[in-house]
Design a protein. Structure first.
Length: 215
């Protein structure tokens, strides 16, 4: 555990404050298209605008913005950080920061998602978005591989080690895994955090806090 923490601190600044946002509500995929291509719904745009206003009132600004290549994440980031002057780093493979980049793992996450949804429908688990349940059901090391890749991707971002206020826009339980990749000491807290659209996790080396959009 200590080795992982030191490895993460070698990528991010020791005093970095990281905000990991779930994207706003998205419309259903059109014509059985890929889930990754879904766009924000009208409700999602309103959620993103509310989040932008909330951050503005709290005077929260970022010196690094990172988001998934998925359109709904980019749309959310564009609305929430419309006034930001810093560069938004978009992942290029369309799988990074969405699911692991290998095609095998990309298929595995959706198989796992279907399994979780079936368990939820059968009332075997209380929620389909529980990170604890996803981690428990993962028998292939999928999340560990995703976290290794996340650290590798972030290490390639120019100047990331000097950034103090970082915004990351991603998706559901994969956001919890992104936090765990850099702050494995919070694995217990992350297991209990379920992000609704535009919710966020604020994390530093001293705190890990779930902040709902309604707060």
């Amino acid at each position: 555990m200590a080795e992982k923490v030191l490895q993460s601190q070698g990528i991010l600044h020791e005093d970095a404050s990281v905000y990991v946002f779930r994207c706003a509500h998205a419309a259903e995929a059109q014509h059985a298209g890929p889930n990754v291509d879904r766009l924000l719904s009208p409700q999602g745009r309103l959620q993103a605008e509310s989040l932008a206003e909330m951050l503005k009132k709290a005077e929260i600004d970022f010196d690094q913005i990172i988001c998934s290549a998925a359109p709904r994440a980019q749309q959310t980031a564009a609305i929430v950080c419309a006034d930001s002057k810093c560069y938004a780093w978009h992942m290029g493979k369309r799988l990074e920061l969405y699911t692991p980049a290998s095609i095998q793992d990309h298929a595995a996450i959706w198989k796992l998602t279907e399994q979780i949804e079936v368990m939820f429908a059968a009332k075997e688990i209380p929620s389909p978005m529980s990170y604890r349940m996803y981690r428990r059901a993962d028998t292939t090391g999928l999340f560990n591989r995703f976290m290794d890749e996340t650290r590798s991707v972030f290490a390639k971002i120019p100047g990331i080690g000097q950034k103090r206020h970082i915004a990351i826009f991603g998706h559901g339980v994969m956001n919890n895994a992104i936090v765990e990749a850099f702050f494995p000491q919070y694995v217990g807290e992350l297991a209990a955090i379920e992000l609704a659209p535009c919710d966020r996790i604020r994390v530093t080396k001293k705190i890990c806090m779930h902040v709902p959009l309604s707060v």
